[in-house]
Write a protein of this length. Structure first.
Length: 110
């Protein structure tokens, strides 16, 4: 004999609850402030950032999640980092320890 499953009624404020959950996900629970705009730098000097950290291209790529080929091409001027990479590189230039800590915390690095 099959048991009939009767779903519980949806709460009247279901859409408000979903919107609140989406806001929480968007801010990652850090603050109630929405990020409306991030200024993406027009260019970044990858070689200078890497030199300041005293890392080889291989170590720099591995530490911050870039491919070695991308780092090489950026430094040679063959390619320009895309917007998200430029943001990550700019943050790395300011506080590489914090960037690395966040990569580890997010489970993206060991």
């Amino acid at each position: 004999m099959r048991t009939k499953i009767i779903p519980e009624p949806l709460p009247e404020n279901m859409f408000e609850l979903a919107a609140e959950e989406a806001r929480e996900i968007r801010t990652n629970g850090v603050s109630g402030h929405r990020v409306d705009h991030v200024r993406v730098p027009e260019s970044v000097d990858v070689a200078a950032i890497r030199a300041k950290l005293e890392l080889t291209q291989v170590d720099f790529a591995a530490r911050f999640g870039f491919s070695l080929r991308a780092v090489q091409q950026w430094e040679q001027g063959v390619r320009k980092p895309e917007g998200p990479a430029r943001v990550l590189l700019a943050m790395t230039a300011v506080d590489p320890t914090a960037v690395r800590r966040l990569l580890v915390k997010a489970g993206l690095a060991a």
